[in-house]
Design a protein around this ligand. Structure first.
Ligand SMILES: [Zn+2]
Length: 115
């Protein structure tokens, strides 16, 4: 099994049954190195930051903010320090996903106006 501990990255994890979430059931794991429990990470949980923050940063970048500006905004607005590479990775990873959400149904011009 290749699942690593989300806290200490140890591979010394064991399956710990399943935990019921609202919609789906996720595999639950117990790390024997740090003795913490975690559920199988999905895309956002693998990120260290709030999905809302990630979404907004990705939106801003897609809307024309440079990586530098997006990074600066995260730092000023949320006190979050990430590398520009991280933002670039978020954008690649989630732009397709975010396009399918309701907030993305507005036209580019409308979104620009609300910024
Ligand atoms: Zn651990």
């Amino acid at each position: 099994m290749s699942q690593k501990c989300i806290y200490c990255k140890s591979k010394n994890v064991v399956k710990n049954g399943t935990r019921k979430r609202k919609v789906r059931t996720k595999k639950s794991f117990l790390c024997r190195s740090c003795d913490r429990q975690f559920v199988e990470p999905d895309g956002f949980e693998r990120m260290r930051h709030d999905p809302k923050v990630i979404s907004r940063a990705v939106h801003q970048h897609i809307d024309g903010f440079s990586l530098f500006k997006t990074q600066y905004h995260l730092w000023q607005h949320d006190g979050i320090k990430v590398t520009r590479r991280t933002i670039s990775q978020w954008t690649k990873k989630y732009s397709l996903f975010l396009k399918s959400t309701a907030s993305f149904s507005k036209t580019k011009a409308e979104r620009k106006a609300t910024l």
